[in-house]
Every structure is written in structure tokens, then in C-alpha cells.
Design a protein. Structure first.
Length: 439
């Protein structure tokens, strides 16, 4: 009976996650997300994000199955039906020229991953994860109606904002070739909308007609991810893994529309009513050329109690084009290092000894360059793996990750962003499809 209740709870949680994610648009709260396709979300699980984002050379963590979408070769190590559902939240502080403003972030469902073994050395996986995130809101105020004429006492506000993002629905398969090599691949359907707004308001002029331009890019298409891992058993308890994963630079479909409208505002600046739609037209039907991405990593595990790893990734975002127009980005690079310690994963009367304690650090040279200045990012990550239940056929765990970092700089009149993110994941491993033999 307990087994049926547990399975029913898991199934209900899965349905709720899928329904919520299907209606949730990925968002961000960073002004740097306005460039390209938005801020890239790498599909990291909380357990790997807490270790600085090392994932390419990860397959199992402390003996638990890990649905590691970053490298589909890792699926070959899945021996139980696995579900990973996650939540994400963030808050950030923006600074420019010693002026700071607090920006409240968001809290939402972040990912749903499912995997099940097909044979002893192969498994399938499918799920839904964010691909990019877009979200920003800032304004530029000019006195004298922006003309510089002192006789004109009216000010004008230019308001820039954006929202939306791209999601990735994937299906993958990974299998082992011999005792050392594993390979795998994902086919992904990337879809979503990227909306950018530009409004012009004259708050001091009663009855002024304000205008807004909304440019929306509806994106859809197929892409492929692939990977390989070399797993060397140095002894019964020590394992060394080398990993590689990549992403193909396929073309996605892009449909860009632009809507120009007029509206009125109240005395306090709130929008009161729409007046008219001046223009509603399709600007372009074209393609988005995605960049090639490459990742290499190494990890070392000992007795399920100690794990350490490092990773390097590179992507040629300088080749990103939307509708045949190059987006002026640069190639990105990322370096990560991290690990975890589990004092005693077989402890019976000491729960603290069963917890995974994780720490990591990452450095990113992003794909953005403004005023001859590279936009860089640094982040320190940490987290816990909290086991809920463990027996011969079930492994349940809550994974928590926090990340504190900095993006950008105050040099050349740019924006420095300090951010804190929290990631919460529920890892459910169970023998749903195990065959039983009765005498």
C-alpha cells in the first residue's frame, strides 16, 4: 500500500509540474538579458549547479541516479526510473555610477526531467527545461523634452523593457559501449517568444499621447545535443570520468512582428487607457542560426563520499544571426570547479552524516561586449543534498543550491549586477518498471 501511495504522489507531482511549466514563460531580471536570445540557461540541476556547474563528467552522485541533460551519455548509468523537478528564484541589485536600485526577482518552476532504464547499460530521458531567459526594465529621462532647449520645460521618459524566453523540450538516449565508453544524444524542440518594448512618455504634459513599440520574436525549431564519457574504475571505490558534450548550431524558425500603439497616463504616471493601434505588421520571417557549443570536463569520486570536478566550455556566439542579421555578440567561455563531501552515506543514526555538502566556483566571459568592455561574471555556489528515503528500490532526495555572484562592471558607464539565486530540486528514484518473478 505504501508503495502505491508513494507512486501516486510522484505521478501527481509530475502532472502538476508539467502543467505549470507549460503555462510559465521563463523570465529574468537582468538588463544584460536584452542581448541576443537572452541569458542562456544551461539546464543544470541544483546538485550540479551547487558545485559550480560541473556536469559534463558527472553521471551518478553519491550513488544516486542523476538525469544530467548537459551530457546525454550519462543516461547509460541510470538503473531506476528517475524524476527531477525543480524550482528557481532570484533577486538582484543593479548599480550604475554609484546609484543603486533593488530589483525583485521571480520564483517559478525551472525544470522537469524524466529517465528510465532500457537495459543494463542504456536509458531514455525526456523533459522540459528553460533554454534562454529574457527580462529587464529601465528608463532614461531627458529634460527639456530631450531637445536641450531651456525654454521647453517638459521632460520625456524613454522606458525599455522585455520579457519572455525560450524553452527546450527534449528526448534523449544514452548507452554504454564496452565497460569504459558511454555515448548519448538529445533531440530538442526549442520554442518561445521574446518580447521587447520601447515606450515614450511625457509625464508633465497633461493629456499627452504616449507611444509604445512592441517587437515580438516567435521562435521554434529543432536542435541536437550529444556527448560522451570515459569512466575508469581505478578501484572498487574510486572512479575517474572524462566527459565531452556539445550542441549543434542548427537553424530555428523566427517570426518577428512589431506593434505600435498609443495610450494615456494618469497624473501619477500609471497607464489609464489605450487610444489606438498605429501599426501591426510582420517585420520578418527568417531563421536564427544557433552557435556551436563545446564542453569538456573531468571528475573524480571516491566511495560515494567525495567528489571533485572541473569543466571548461566555449560557444561561438559571434556567429548568431537572426533573420540573416549578425547580433554583434562575441564568443563566450566558462570555467568551473567544484565538489561535494558526504561524511557517511551509510550512516543509520546520524542524519547529518548522510547529507551532501557542496561547494563550487565559476567564471564566465559572457557573449556580451559593450563600449569595448567584456561583460564578465563570477559566482560562488553552495548547496546541500538532503536524503528523504532510501531502500533497495527507492532513493528520494531534496537538493538545494544557492549562487551568489556578480555580472558586469561600473567602468565605461556600464551596469554592475549583484545577484543571488536559489534552486530547489526534488530527485525521485524508484523501480517503477522493474520485473518481478514469483515462484
Amino acid at each position: 500500500m505504501i508503495r502505491y501511495i508513494r507512486s501516486g504522489f510522484t505521478f501527481l507531482l509530475t502532472l502538476l509540474a508539467c502543467g505549470a511549466m507549460a503555462q510559465t514563460t521563463a523570465t529574468s531580471s537582468s538588463p544584460y538579458s536584452q542581448f541576443g536570445l537572452g541569458t542562456l540557461n544551461e539546464g543544470l540541476l541544483p546538485q550540479t549547479r551547487a558545485m559550480g556547474g560541473i556536469a559534463t563528467a558527472i553521471n551518478r552522485i553519491s550513488g544516486y541516479n542523476t538525469v544530467n541533460v548537459v551530457n546525454p551519455a550519462s543516461y547509460s548509468y541510470i538503473n531506476l526510473t528517475s524524476i527531477d523537478i525543480g524550482l528557481y528564484g532570484n533577486v538582484s541589485t543593479l548599480k550604475q555610477n554609484n546609484i543603486s536600485s533593488q530589483t525583485n526577482g521571480n520564483f517559478r518552476l525551472s525544470h522537469f526531467n524524466f529517465a528510465a532504464p532500457v537495459s543494463k547499460r542504456s536509458a531514455v530521458s525526456f523533459g522540459l527545461v528553460p533554454y534562454t531567459e529574457l527580462g529587464y526594465n529601465y528608463r532614461q529621462s531627458l529634460s527639456n523634452f530631450g531637445t536641450g532647449n531651456a525654454a521647453d520645460t517638459n521632460a520625456v521618459n524613454y522606458i525599455y523593457s522585455g520579457d519572455g524566453g525560450l524553452s527546450k523540450a527534449y528526448a534523449g538516449y544514452g548507452f554504454g559501449l564496452g565497460r569504459v565508453l558511454s555515448v548519448g544524444a538529445n533531440v530538442s524542440y526549442i520554442f518561445g517568444n521574446l518580447r521587447k518594448f520601447r515606450s515614450t512618455e511625457v509625464p508633465s504634459l497633461v493629456g499627452a499621447i504616449n507611444s509604445r513599440s512592441e517587437r515580438s520574436n516567435s521562435v521554434s525549431g529543432v536542435n541536437f545535443d550529444y556527448g560522451a564519457q570515459l569512466n575508469f574504475d581505478l578501484s572498487d571505490t574510486r572512479h575517474l570520468v572524462f566527459g565531452y558534450s556539445g550542441s549543434a548550431g542548427n537553424n530555428l524558425n523566427s517570426r518577428i512582428t512589431n506593434v505600435v500603439s498609443q495610450y494615456l497616463t494618469s497624473d501619477v504616471g500609471d497607464e489609464t487607457s489605450a487610444i489606438d493601434t498605429i501599426s501591426n505588421q510582420v517585420i520578418a520571417n527568417g531563421k536564427i542560426k544557433l552557435p556551436l557549443m563545446h564542453r569538456v570536463g573531468i571528475s573524480y569520486q571516491k566511495d560515494g563520499k567525495f567528489l571533485i570536478g572541473a569543466e571548461y566550455s566555449r560557444a561561438n556566439w559571434s556567429a548568431l544571426t537572426i533573420g540573416g542579421v549578425n547580433q554583434g555578440l562575441q564568443n563566450s567561455q566558462s570555467m568551473s570547479i567544484g565538489g561535494q563531501i558526504t561524511p557517511n552515506n551509510n550512516a543509520i543514526n546520524n542524519y547529518l552524516a548522510l547529507i551532501d555538502y557542496r561547494l563550487g566556483f565559476r567564471y564566465d566571459k559572457t557573449n556580451i561586449r559593450i563600449n569595448n568592455t567584456d561583460i564578465k561574471q563570477y559566482a560562488l555556489s553552495f548547496g546541500l543534498g538532503l536524503p528523504l528515503q532510501r531502500n533497495n528500490t527507492a532513493f528520494y532526495k531534496i537538493n538545494i543550491a544557492g549562487e551568489y555572484g556578480q555580472r558586469g562592471t561600473l567602468q565605461n558607464n556600464l551596469i554592475k549586477e549583484n545577484f543571488f539565486t536559489i534552486h530547489l530540486g526534488f530527485t525521485l528514484n524508484d523501480a517503477w518498471f522493474q520485473k518481478y518473478r514469483f515462484d
